[in-house]
Design a protein around this ligand. Sequence first.
Ligand code: DAH
Length: 336
Amino acid sequence: MLQKIETIKQQVLSELSEIKSLSDAENFRIKFLARKGIVAELFDEMKNVSSEQRPLVGKALNELRQLAQTSFDNKKLELEGGSKSVEQKIDLSLPGRKKWIGTKHPLTQTLEEIKRIFLGMGFSIATGPEIEDDYHNFEALNFPTDHPARDMQDTFFIDEKILLRTHTSPVQIRIMENQQPPVRVIMPGRVYRNEAISARSYCLFHQVEGLYVDEGVTFSELKGTLVAFAKQFYGSDIKFKFRPSYFPFTEPSAEMDITCILCKGKGCRVCKHSGWLEILGCGMVNPNVYKFVGYDSEKYTGYAFGMGIERIAMLRYGIDDIRILYENDVRFLRQF
Ligand code: DAH
């Protein structure tokens, strides 16, 4: 009986491939699947099968009926044009799907460019913790307790002595604690300030700090290095100026301005019609700071500088709201 079922199966398959029209299909159905068809006849013969054999034969028969039925159904649908074969379903005229390639965040791109320039001038890169203590963030940078200069930076305190760093300057202290001169490093990282959030300020942002300490380092080297940086980063045609300023950890201190890169110095909303943009703070490391880190201030001099990355990136890419840098909206990010 199993042999017979196998023979019929082969017959089903070979006749299936012969079907060319709907009437062929109908003949196929009548032959194999009708009430008096071959498959039904086989089922009739089940009564002659021994009870041991019955489960096996039953299974084979059911599979045969299934095969004949689905083959017939598919063939019929195909001939009626209702369902097309897989190949026909592929619409070659559809436009292709583009793969999205991720891009670097504009802040990362800006930071990488800054790093590249300073690495080229012999600086190395160091980082420090974002959760700092009062000592490194203020005290050792010559902000004495209760000194009004602490109010320059609105601080997120974790407890009385622990805080989120308000600038990257504490990394200077950590470097000098661990390394004797010469040191020539830049220190990029996140900083936090407890400020009202607006288009111009956010509770966190990024800075790049710089430090160079050795024997005989002068203010003119500070100027030369920063001018070389600014020309590489903003273009060799920019003008610049250094204005006196105040930071507790540098003496003398200065801020560096360059010609507004948006209006080329003519005066616009961004530069508040002055034609100038402030890009960084800098100065000669205050000898008081050397006392905290155990450097000999008679032997060594050095300079430091610090710049904000967001501001630079915003100017570069014409972004007018700092908050968008932190929203991770792909519609924004995909433009870079
Ligand atoms: N830490 C300063 C700030 O956050 C920036 C700064 C100014 C860093 C002068 C320096 C520097 O290293 O010399 O406003």
